[in-house]
Design a protein around this ligand. Structure first.
Ligand code: NAD
Length: 296
């Protein structure tokens, strides 16, 4: 079993770190929020006062932070973990960040002889808790083989997307698709409800018809249709609107750089940006339903 530092214990990182503990790894955790650290200590992890202290002498460092600036700050600009970890420490960043940022940190690690992969995830908080996440890895074939056994303690499908940054490109494409599908699902349910349908009946029909998609299957956006999802808990927990807006911004930047047209993604970006600007940034992203139904 490996010695692992885990940095960033939010909605996703908390349950992911807990699964590493359950698998028998020796896990040391750090987060800026003391209560998040305490939850993991209660689950059997050790805690550290700083990210630097957590990362020293470990086989692996796993990070699950909000955005590019946090990841670059952790490894290079502020905490400078790349300057304190052992040469044989392998770094796994599972945050969703820009491919450029992932490549910058990967290249700085390589300069120091340290192996790093980008390994963003899909599957939501439910997947993080159940240990069934999909990991989308960017890095060398050797690095992929090294990190796979660790990722298997937290996920079910472990993909090798390509070289450094490729995991982030695939993740950004996936989340653009997710945003489009969630907004479309909310729009369709809103239309049905305003025309007299029961949202649960309509969701059942669409999930067994050609409109079926992940949002209908496991993450229904309409309150009360599905148990154990954010829509049935006042849109608390889950995947914040602000984070989805960030990911759609990453898709937009990638489209500009590669001269790709993303009309549906651009519309989804504007919808989620408007929704965030209306004070919903900290709610789960399925709360986009509020735009298409009178819920209050
Ligand atoms: P979150 O905001 O719940 O958690 C982020 C955690 O990082 C917080 O606990 C915060 O205190 C901590 N943090 C921030 N800066 C730190 C630092 N310098 N040192 C230590 N800790 C620090 O976010 P989340 O929902 O867990 O998402 C994390 C990442 O995973 C994001 O990039 C997100 O886009 C991605 N993601 C989220 C989901 C989801 O369903 N929530 C799914 C897939 C991917």
């Amino acid at each position: 079993m490996a010695k692992i530092a885990f940095i960033g214990l939010g909605n996703m990182g908390g349950p992911m770190a807990a699964n590493l503990v359950k698998a028998g790894h020796e896990v040391t955790v750090f987060d800026l929020v003391a209560s998040a650290v305490q939850t993991l200590v209660d689950a059997g992890a050790s805690s550290a006062e700083t990210a630097v202290e957590a990362a020293k002498g470990k086989d692996f460092v796993v990070s699950m932070l909000p955005a590019s600036q946090h990841v670059e700050g952790l490894y290079i600009d502020q905490s400078a973990l790349l300057d304190v970890v052992d040469k044989n420490t392998v770094i796994i960043d599972s945050s969703t960040i820009s491919p450029e940022s992932a490549r910058r940190v990967g290249a700085e690690a390589a300069k120091r002889g340290i192996t790093m992969v980008d390994a963003p995830v899909s599957g939501g908080v439910g997947g993080a808790k159940a240990g069934t996440l999909s990991f989308i890895v960017g890095g060398s074939a050797e690095a992929f083989a090294t990190v796979k056994p660790v990722l298997e303690a937290m996920g079910k499908n472990i993909f090798h997307a390509g070289d450094s940054g490729a995991g982030q490109v695939a993740k950004i494409c996936n989340n653009m698709m997710l945003a489009i599908l969630m907004a479309g699902t909310a729009e369709a349910i809103g239309l049905g409800v305003k025309n007299g349908l029961d949202p649960a009946v309509l969701s059942d029909i669409m999930s067994k018809s050609s409109g079926n998609n992940w949002s209908l299957q496991v993450y229904n956006p309409y309150p009360g249709v599905m148990e154990g999802v954010p829509s049935s808990n006042n849109y608390q927990g889950g995947f914040m609107v602000d984070l989805m807006a960030k990911d759609l911004g990453l898709a937009f930047d990638s489209a500009v750089k590669s001269r790709s047209s993303i009309p549906m993604g651009a519309l989804a970006r504007n919808l989620f940006a408007m929704h965030a600007a209306n004070g919903n940034g900290a709610l789960d992203f399925s709360s986009i339903q509020k735009m298409f139904a009178d819920l209050d």
